[in-house]
Design a protein around this ligand. Structure first.
Ligand code: SAM
Ligand code: SF4
Length: 475
């Protein structure tokens, strides 16, 4: 059934907003967590079924330490059994921090007179991308504030520019966007530039709380933001990312609302969000919010595991907002993408002089400053398979997480081989010797794990081609 933007309705429940705060609270308030229920819900998810709101409410209300461990173990098993050990790497590239909005948690807010404002010139964008390519990056997310300067045409221009920069064997093969919501025409414009995922985070799904944090500007319109990804769908963009900024309202509410938003997109467009993000609020210049809803590490870990179980076939992103030790732990519970070598101050990838981080130059404080290579090293130590794969998107296999999840053999046929090939490129082109040694060991181990021997010889053949100079080989 087609979604009608003016009513924000669920497909088979006409005239009902797809986020109904009372309904979400009633699920949370009525649900009781028992051993039997929690175990039944984990089993349902492990049998490849998405959870309903009632079931998610039971999980978010689980306080018993033993059951929380079972939830985490369930998420770990789901990740291991279904997605295996791959982890996709990307980098954010901040294009401009001009902003007309006033979000009280963000360093870019227009009322922040301390902010050092900057929009990269084309030449600066090229330098940034060359530096990112020199480090081995293949996937970017372009980020900006919301400002009349950043029109859909401008965003489309930066995307095309990013794809056009080639340095040595370096190239950017996928450009995602995190920027202001657009109207349908605007989404069509950026689609033509061949964007990957368009991300818009709702920040908080609670309408009253939302008002308190978004003081003025276009972003103060809760419903316009809530329906932005419906407009993206109308414009033909079916690869969208949702998210909630944790720390603005009760995290249990946000988790149920993220699942509701997922259901809404599935019901109306037959495709759920490509990714879910769950950033926690971090220190920022002129940050002005109470700590009342801040989420501690234990709840954060628990909620990531719950999200994994609730929407088993959606990609999950964990960024450098979180410290390395926590990222290393939490990726085990079902995270599929992380950023690496992240710098968020405008122009900082190419500016050798910029060592000190300065809150007035960035949007917020990041807490993981490891280089891409350090991250790859640690992933390899954990027997993970770092991947720069962009094959599905480029071959038009959209909804790949769903396919990974539901099409038997998909991961063995496509994902693992492509992860191996993109890691092989990284090892040949960019890795220091010790990373390369470790990386080839992990590659060999992963090839040996493949049951299909024809696949094994095909991958080995492609690796030889990479060693002799061919690039961008994929299945
Ligand atoms: N200006 C666009 C918008 O608001 O949608 C682009 C988004 S902003 C550059 C990227 C995301 O960063 C926001 O959607 C928000 O969730 C997150 N963010 C903002 N302030 C933050 C903070 N202090 N700590 C952590 N994340 C923050
Ligand atoms: Fe502007 Fe986005 Fe920051 Fe809000 S979150 S002040 S819209 S950059």
């Amino acid at each position: 059934m087609k979604f009608t933007p003016e009513k924000y309705r669920i497909a088979d429940e006409p005239m009902k907003p797809f986020i109904d705060s009372e309904e979400i609270w009633s699920y949370i308030n009525k649900s009781v967590s028992t051993k039997e229920k929690v175990r039944g819900i984990i089993s349902k998810s492990l049998a490849k079924n998405r959870l309903n709101l009632e079931e998610v409410a039971v999980l978010v209300n689980t306080d018993d330490a033993e059951l929380i461990e079972e939830i985490k173990e369930g998420a770990r098993t789901l990740k291991r059994n279904i997605y295996g050990n791959r982890i996709v790497l990307f980098a954010p590239l901040y294009i401009g921090n001009q902003c007309s909005n006033n979000c009280t948690y963000c360093g870019f807010r227009s009322s922040n007179n301390e902010a050092v404002r900057k929009t990269l010139t084309d030449d600066e964008i090229v330098s940034e991308i060359e530096s990112l390519e020199d480090n081995g990056q293949k996937r970017l997310i372009l980020v900006s504030g919301e400002h009349p300067l950043y029109t859909p045409e401008y965003i489309a221009h930066t995307v095309k520019l990013a794809y056009s920069v080639k340095k040595g064997n370096g190239e950017i093969r996928r450009v995602n966007i995190n920027a202001a919501p657009l109207d349908i025409e605007g989404f069509k414009t950026v689609k033509e530039a061949a964007i990957g995922t368009y991300q818009v985070f709702q920040e908080t799904y609670h309408p009253d709380a939302y008002k308190n944090y978004h003081l003025y500007g276009k972003k103060s319109d809760y419903e316009y933001r809530l329906t932005s990804l419906d407009r993206a769908q109308e414009a033909g963009i079916d690869d969208v990312g949702i998210g909630a900024l944790l720390g603005l309202y009760d995290w249990r509410f946000e988790v149920l609302a993220l699942v509701r938003h997922t259901n809404h997109l599935e019901a109306c467009y037959n495709v759920g969000p490509h990714t879910i993000s769950f950033p926690r609020v971090k220190e920022a210049s002129t940050l002005d919010i109470s700590h009342q809803y801040f989420v501690d590490d234990a709840d954060f870990t628990k909620l990531v595991a719950i999200l994994r179980l609730a929407v088993p076939y959606t990609g999950m992103i964990l960024t450098a907002r979180e410290p390395a030790h926590l990222r290393n732990e939490i990726i085990q519970f079902g995270v599929s993408q992380i950023d690496g070598g992240t710098k968020i101050e405008l122009g900082s990838y190419s500016d050798e002089q910029l060592h000190e981080s300065n809150l007035n130059k960035g949007q917020f404080q990041i807490n993981d400053d490891r280089s891409l290579n350090e991250i790859i090293n640690e992933l390899l130590d954990q027997d993970m398979l770092p991947s720069f794969c962009t094959a599905c998107y480029r071959l038009g296999r959209t909804g790949e997480h769903f396919m990974e999840f539901s099409v038997p053999g998909f991961i063995k046929r496509y994902c693992s081989p492509n992860a191996i090939l993109t890691l092989a490129e990284y090892l040949v082109d960019y890795a220091p010797k010790n990373t390369a040694t470790k990386g080839w060991e992990v590659i060999n181990k992963n090839i040996e794990k493949l049951e299909d021997k024809t696949m094994e010889s095909s991958i080995r053949e492609k690796i030889e081609q990479i060693k002799s100079g061919k690039r961008d080989l994929y299945y």
